[in-house]
Design a protein around this ligand. Structure first.
Ligand SMILES: Nc1ncnc2c1ncn2[C@@H]1O[C@H](COP(=O)(O)OP(=O)(O)OP(=O)(O)O)[C@@H](O)[C@H]1O
Ligand SMILES: [Mg+2]
Length: 594
């Protein structure tokens, strides 16, 4: 529970709203508790009128007294209502605003974490913590706080008011109610457990739906609709079963509580009657006490509910804290060299770099020594899993680079401010990711202020311009869920346009032309060659045709540089590269025959 105190700073950020809300809360409790008192006053007038008859048995009501009692009742009810409105408004506002700030903070933190965090964390898990776990915290700050404070103020207040009327009656009447919080607590654990079961099953169900729908093409071509349907049916069935288990417990719980309160009322009527006849109290007093018993009903029950809210909140906070404790393993730590050059030249040097992914047992790259002068193009080929993407990721410092092994413009990459470094790198990742925005905004992603003319030049360079012209709204065409879907090759070209728009001194193309036909590839490369003259370019590819014009080509094998040289030199070596080349030539010839 202690971890929930971390929410306090978020709530006190708006002190007026918070204290105003709490003041309203206290006043609501006071006026609500006074209502039975006013009712008692009115009953007293009526009772006296009924028992003390005037001459000839006529009923005499003291109207001014009755009206003032009713007026008081009206006044208390109205004030209680008004303050309740103020309380809800202000406290709920505080909790919503605090929730927003908290979520903003967590999202900012999540953005700062490096890919290695996301490698070992499921996206669904991140989303749940950002949504329903934070929602649980809001429930603590809003309804949780509100009902807790209400109970804390109302219960003692009513006890005092009752005691002021008649101590023995109060003690007897309250006796059965003492067990309510215990009863609620006992049940709340079980209720909590069962509601948790329901929630968990809901997660399972939504995960299953999400995966099946995301992979619906796979499901269809493998003819697995019936199997998926059956699996869903089972999960859904279990959800209902758990829901019913929860409902059964609930169904038993409320009658039990009602029973306790009914016992309280019965004892009050009985003992109250005795006290009435002995003259210790009058009818008005008895009515007040009965009403107070009713008023205690909700605060006492809500106590258990509030406890479970706090428990749930504490559990969620713990889950969120796990993420908050994470620190990026590539954050800027070392002081930047001063002065930083205004612009990067783009010289890249690896010195005996060995790199192992966090959590992996064997290195993905071993003893890489490589010098790429500024403005040169390096081609990288190698079988799948050879370490090509890893090499590229390290140049963008997406993972923690061992100190003294990778230098950009002669400076250890760890000493370069991350944001500054990445501003100078255009990266086309192996898996293209585009946002559900317009094609134009996608290309502009790294430079939101770039004018349309530059976007068009970038699209032209990546050979996407002709196709954009054919889209329903050209550059404003929306992509993804709200628009059209691009083909694999179109997506890659959009990603290339996005990277070249930055005119970066270092350009990295990780298998960026794999889904493009060889003719288009040729045109893109020719276009890029003009651009590449001034930039250091890393081109990763499986096709020899993509890299053959590079200044130098390396062949990675099992994380090591197996061969290096120009295209001509590598062919002469008759190694892995030459084999690949031969195989691909053969394939091309076969295709031509088709
Ligand atoms: N995020 C990661 N965490 C742990 N290991 C990884 C991670 N990414 C890649 N690896 C491992 O590192 C090795 C090199 O992977 P890498 O992605 O660099 O290969 P690649 O040459 O790009 O292959 P491909 O041609 O298939 O793209 C592989 O053995 C892979 O399993
Ligand atoms: Mg790769």
């Amino acid at each position: 529970m202690r971890q929930l105190f971390a929410l306090v700073p978020y709530m006190t950020r708006r002190p007026l709203l918070l204290w105003g809300g709490l003041a309203c809360l206290a006043l609501t409790a006071v006026f609500t508790s006074l209502i039975p008192k006013a009712v008692g006053g009115a009953v007293r007038v009526v009772e006296e009128a009924a028992s003390v008859r005037g001459p000839g048995g006529a009923i005499v009501i003291e109207w001014p007294r009755l009206w003032s009692a009713i007026g008081l009742l009206l006044l208390f009810s109205t004030l209680a209502g008004l303050f309740r409105f103020g309380m809800r408004k202000m406290i709920i506002d505080v909790s919503r605003l605090a929730e927003r700030d908290f979520r903003d903070g967590l999202f900012r933190h999540l953005l700062s974490l490096s890919p290695s965090f996301y490698d070992r964390t499921m996206t669904g898990d991140v989303v749940t913590r950002l949504s329903s776990d934070i929602d649980a915290l809001r429930t603590v700050m809003g309804p949780g706080l509100m009902y807790l404070a209400q109970t804390v103020i109302t219960v003692p207040l009513i006890l005092v008011l009752m005691m002021l009327i008649d101590v023995p009656l109060s003690l007897v009447a309250l006796a059965p109610l003492v067990i309510v919080p215990f009863l609620v607590l006992a049940f709340s654990n079980e209720l909590h457990r069962r509601s948790r079961e329901v929630q968990d099953q809901m997660s399972t169900l939504s995960n299953m739906v999400q995966e099946t729908l995301a992979g619906q093409r796979v499901v269809k071509v493998f003819n697995q609709e019936a199997a998926e349907e059956a699996k869903f049916g089972e999960i859904n069935e279990e959800y209902v079963r758990r829901g019913l288990r929860f409902a059964r417990l609930f169904a038993g719980f409320f009658p039990l509580l009602h029973g306790v309160f009914a016992a309280g009322l019965m004892i009050t009527v009985w003992v109250g009657g005795v006290r009435l006849m002995s003259g210790a109290i009058d009818f008005g007093d008895l009515s007040s006490v009965l009403l107070w018993i009713f008023e205690l009903y909700w605060p006492l029950i809500s106590l258990g509910w509030v406890m479970s809210l706090f428990q749930r909140g504490a559990a969620s906070m713990e889950r969120i804290r796990e993420f908050q404790r994470e620190v990026s393993d590539v954050a800027d730590r070392e002081p930047a060299p001063t002065p930083l050059p205004a612009r990067l030249r783009g010289e890249i040097e690896f010195r005996q770099l060995t790199f192992t992914y966090p959590g992996a047992s064997t290195p993905a790259l071993t003893d890489i020594t490589l010098h790429i002068p500024a403005g040169r193009t390096l081609g990288i080929v190698g079988l799948t899993g050879a370490g090509k993407s890893t090499l590229a990721a390290l140049v963008a410092r997406l993972y923690r680079v061992p100190p003294g092994t990778l230098f950009i413009d002669g400076v250890d990459i760890n000493a370069l401010p991350l944001a500054w470094l990445r501003r100078h790198i255009g990266f086309v990742a192996q898996e293209t990711f585009l946002f559900s925005e317009s094609i134009e905004d996608n290309i502009r992603f790294g430079r939101p202020e770039a004018p349309r003319s530059e976007v068009e030049i970038a699209a032209e360079l990546s050979q996407l311009d002709d196709q954009i012209a054919g889209f329903p709204r050209q550059y404003e065409t929306m992509l993804g869920e709200r628009g059209i879907n691009l083909s694999g090759g179109q997506r890659q070209r959009a990603a290339i346009a996005r990277a070249t728009l930055l005119s970066p001194p270092i350009l990295i193309l990780d298998d960026a032309l794999s889904s493009v036909d060889t003719d288009t590839e040729d045109r893109i490369l020719r276009g890029l060659r003009g651009v590449m003259r001034e930039r250091t370019t890393l081109i990763i590819a499986h096709r020899i045709s993509t890299v053959m014009h590079a200044d130098e080509i390396i062949v990675l094998d099992g994380g090591r540089v197996a061969e290096r040289g120009t295209h001509a030199q590598l062919i002469l070596r008759e190694g892995l590269y030459a084999q690949l080349h031969e195989k691909q030539l053969l394939e091309a010839q076969l295709e031509a025959v088709d």
